[in-house]
Design a protein around this ligand. Sequence first.
Ligand code: IYT
Ligand code: CU
Ligand code: CU
Length: 316
Amino acid sequence: PSKCVSRTNQQQIIANPYNFSVDLHMPGVIPTGSDTYLCMAFPVPTRQDAYIVDFIPLASMDTVHHMLLFGCQTPVSTHSFWDCGSVQGTCEDEAAIMYAWARNAPPTKLPKDVGFKVGRSSGMSYFVLQIHYGDISAFKDHHKDCSGLTLRMTSRPQPFIAGIYLLMSVDTVILPGKRVTDADVACDYTSYPIYPFAFRTHTHRLGKVVSGYRIRDGKWTLIGRQSPQLPQAFYPANKQVNVKYGDTLAARCVFTGEGKTSKTYIGGTSDDEMCNFYIMYYMDSRHAIPYMNCMEMGSEELFQHIPTEANVPIKV
Ligand code: IYT
Ligand code: CU
Ligand code: CU
């Protein structure tokens, strides 16, 4: 039996019968080394559709480097927590990211009337919480960690659903010693309008800056730009940039091969690299599409027109 105290279950306020909270936290763990990734799956507690409308993080600031929340159908384990570093991963099927908390970054809030749809019809039956324990010296006293987050949920349909559009490179190769390698990704957008409100960048150690754009009538408009060496949370997107049928979405990751003695490829370990630009958006719930992605390498001709800021490093 875990000593973790549930923060919500004892005091559910029954003011609105549609609203409820779900507590997701580690069951009292002691990571065995620095830079351990632990995962824990939780069944979505309702068979009907439900919406996440708010995230309330509760993480031990001295040990938790970051927390991610995913949704999927088939987690690697449903019994207890597991080591989900590069070998095992989070889910057998595709995982969808819904939330990122990183130390020293402000947490993301969903806009009003916006919710992530989970449950039966969304094909998302489990939450998976991933926690990266960084420096574990605070565990010398053998205490157990119960970090995690509380989800505020409602069964009331929301006017807008939240979703994620992921741009990722699958084929970048970074040559050793080469000062700059650009990984470019771009796709035509051919769906209903989306309204980006947050973005997240992800690379490993060689990434310098990652930028995402909407291209409309040849004009590049910034959605967000960040150093992946800063906490990899969702940051507020450039306001008033919507994306509609006929636009193009594009992202560039700038890498350096300086200090490397061999080629670096895209892959799962910390010696590999990744190039990810996540757009968190909302969309009219009548034509809700919660996950989209783009893995096409943009054309050289298109990227001739990328604003020069995309290659300007960000101070960390
Ligand atoms: C090869 C690669 O770039 N992997 C990324 C993007 C990715 C995310 C999810 C790929 C798939 C997913 O289901 I969610 I398939 C990647 O692994 N990124 C990590 C986490 O897995 C989310 C990151 O921190 O952004
Ligand atoms: Cu981390
Ligand atoms: Cu990665």
